[in-house]
Structures are given as structure tokens and as C-alpha cells.
Ligand binder design. Structure first.
Ligand code: ZN
Ligand code: ZN
Length: 368
């Protein structure tokens, strides 16, 4: 019987290669042969601190080719064998209001925090048949309710591997932050996420893009400038608030986006200070359970709106794929590194800044 090789998280920061039986593909399902699984900051977090103790094939930013498609799958969804596709990590119910809006991220069927039976690629345990629920594997199983997008012609699988950070860029900066023509934007953190926001804000017509980082981010900051940032600030060498006020003539920015990891309350506090006098928007991550001494008075007096960075909608994915196809930006400067299946551990550590140096976006290629 044919087997499928996968890298499985078996505990905190521990990976094992395992084999699974090739699943049987029913009429309404499909099988995707993996090309590229993107690795992001969420992988770094979930690898070090798994949300449960069940073995899990990680990999939630998945690009591949439809290897087998049941007749019903093709009839209902329009995907056939040979198509290059991007599969969202959310596996929808298809019935709720969020699903009808293309906001699969909010569907309870994929909410692992509250629903023990939730299905989400990269999160769902390998105990659930047919086991292939993550992209760090040669094949991924696609049930009828997988959310699938065509990758446009001319976009390579490796470039398509950027679709998730780009889709988050569209969702967070444009849809949530309201960035558009003439917006002044502060982007904190120059990793793949911050750089993707930079590209999207530039494309949308932002007149000022400031990207902050630390001294170890020097290579990333250089790429930020090449992708359209007007100013970069090393927060370890300069006072970021003083620089932002200097650059903006004391006016501040319209929108502050937090794309940092492990920086605690600092990015929110800087965002609140750096926003314009009234009516700015801050897009926040939810890394901390609580926020001691939150400056609520300043927040309300400045009439700030806070939005939550939470994945992406169907539309954001489609716009991100179109952005990748446009070739308007030198995005090969972001797709810096490739790793094979046996190097998943090194790949995740590298994205977290602890393995190979200067990784911006890591592509996991399961057949290498
Ligand atoms: Zn991700
Ligand atoms: Zn739903």
C-alpha cells in the first residue's frame, strides 16, 4: 500500500517523520500533492507551545496540485486534477452566516479554541481520519468543505507560498485599518508579515510607510525599503516615537499595525502614542492574555479605534493572489529560504530567529 510521509509535531519543539496510509478519495473529496507549505510566526508559537498534546502535522499555509479529485468535488467546487491551488487553513461548515460571507475564519467548524471537533489545517490532530490535515506532508486531504483558491497562471508555487501573509496584509491594513490613498502608516515588525503589509499599503497608495525593527532585523529592514517603506527605524538605536514625530512633522500616523512577535505591550503603547491627534486606527495582535496599565484614557481621548488582526477572508486571499500575479514588487526578496521535510524543526526555529540567519519567509518543500 502506498504511504504518505509527514513531519509530525509530537511534543513541544519535537518533530518526528511518520508514514500514513494513502487515503481513499470519495466522490466529494480530493487529494492535494503538496508543493509548498509556508511557515510563519504562528508555527513558531505553536511548535514551542502546542495547544494540546496530540500528535499533529503542522503546516497551515498550503500550496499544491490537485492529484485526485472525486467527481462530485469537481462538479461542486470547480477544481480538477492538475490544478495548482491554495487551500485556506479554515475548513468551513458551509452553513453559517460567516461561511456565506466568505469569512471562514470566524466559522465554528474551524475554531479549535472552542470546538473539540474543529478542523483546521496545521492544527487538527493526526488521530482524526484520514490523518492528513497538515502541509508538512507529501499529501493533504481535501474534504468537500475545504476552502480552495486557484493560483493564477504565472505564479510559481514558491511565490504562491506568500499568499497567506499577503492576504493578512489586505485584511489587516486595508479592510481593518482602512489604509488607502495618502494614508500614513506605521508597521511594527519587518518579518514576512510586516513586509507583506508594506507591499499592500504601497499598492493601496499610502503616502508614508514607516517600518520598525530591532538591530537583528537589519537585512529585513533593507528589504522593507526595497519594497516601498519610506523610513525604517531600528528601535534599539533610536527613539521610535521621536523619529515618527520628526518624520510626520508632529502629526503622527493614521494607522498603526502590529506585526511584532514577543514584544509584549510595547507595540500597542507605541502605536497609541504615534497615532494622529484624533481618530487613528490600531490593528492589534492578541499575544498577551492581559494588558496591565492599559492607557485607556489616552486611548479614548485620542478617539482611537482598535481592530483585531485575525487571519483573512476569502476576498483578501483572492486579492492577494492577484497581487502576486501582478509581479509589481520584487517579492523574491521575501522568499529567502527553502527547507525539506526532514528539516522542519530547523525551518521553524529559523523563522523564529534561532536557526539559519536572516530567514524572512521559509518555504517547506515536502518532496525535497
Ligand atoms: Zn501562518
Ligand atoms: Zn460556517
Amino acid at each position: 500500500m502506498e504511504k504518505v510521509l509527514a513531519a509530525v509535531r509530537v511534543g513541544p519543539s519535537r518533530t518526528e517523520l511518520r508514514e500514513y496510509p494513502m487515503p481513499e478519495i470519495k466522490e466529494d473529496a480530493a487529494l492535494m500533492k503538496m508543493e509548498v507549505a509556508g511557515i510563519c510566526g504562528t508555527d513558531v508559537k505553536l511548535y514551542a507551545h502546542p495547544p494540546n498534546d496530540k500528535p499533529t502535522i503542522m503546516g497551515h499555509e498550503n500550496i499544491g496540485v490537485i492529484a485526485k479529485a472525486g467527481r462530485e468535488f469537481t462538479r461542486r467546487k470547480g477544481f480538477k486534477e492538475g490544478d495548482l491551488v491554495f487551500v485556506e487553513h479554515y475548513v468551513m461548515c458551509g452553513k453559517c452566516e460567516w461561511c456565506h460571507l466568505g469569512q471562514y475564519r470566524h466559522c465554528e467548524n474551524t475554531n479549535w479554541r472552542t470546538n473539540p471537533d474543529a478542523i483546521r489545517y496545521g492544527y487538527t490532530s493526526d488521530e482524526k481520519p484520514p490523518h492528513l490535515w497538515g502541509g508538512f506532508a507529501q499529501y493533504v486531504y481535501l474534504p468537500w468543505n475545504a476552502v480552495v483558491h486557484h493560483v493564477p497562471q504565472g505564479v510559481t508555487p514558491e511565490l504562491a507560498g506568500l499568499v497567506t501573509p499577503m492576504a493578512n496584509g489586505v485584511e489587516w491594513s486595508l479592510f481593518d485599518g482602512g489604509v488607502g490613498y495618502d494614508s500614513r502608516v506605521l508597521i511594527q515588525g519587518p518579518g514576512q508579515q510586516g513586509l507583506s503589509q508594506t507591499v499592500i499599503c504601497k499598492q493601496a497608495g499610502a503616502s508614508l510607510i514607516i517600518v520598525t525593527g530591532t538591530s537583528k532585523d537589519a537585512a529585513r529592514m533593507k528589504v522593507a525599503k526595497e519594497l516601498g517603506a519610506d523610513h525604517v527605524i531600528d528601535v534599539e538605536k533610536e527613539d521610535p516615537l521621536a523619529r515618527i514625530m520628526d518624520i510626520t512633522g508632529g502629526k503622527g500616523v493614521d494607522v498603526a499595525l502590529d506585526c511584532t512577535a514577543g514584544a509584549g505591550t510595547i507595540p500597542i503603547l507605541l502605536g497609541i502614542e504615534a497615532l494622529k491627534r484624533k481618530g487613528g486606527v490600531i490593528v492589534a495582535q492578541g499575544e498577551m492574555a492581559a494588558f496591565p496599565n492599559f492607557p485607556l484614557e489616552k486611548f479614548t481621548v485620542k478617539f482611537i479605534t482598535m481592530k483585531s488582526a485575525r487571519g483573512h477572508s476569502f476576498k483578501a486571499c483572492e486579492l492577494a493572489l492577484a497581487q502576486l500575479a501582478s509581479k509589481r514588487f520584487p517579492l523574491e526578496k521575501i522568499t529567502t529560504h527553502r527547507f525539506g521535510l526532514k528539516d522542519v524543526d530547523l525551518a521553524i526555529r529559523s523563522v523564529g530567529g534561532k536557526g539559519v540567519a536572516d530567514v524572512i519567509h521559509a518555504s517547506l518543500m515536502p518532496w525535497e
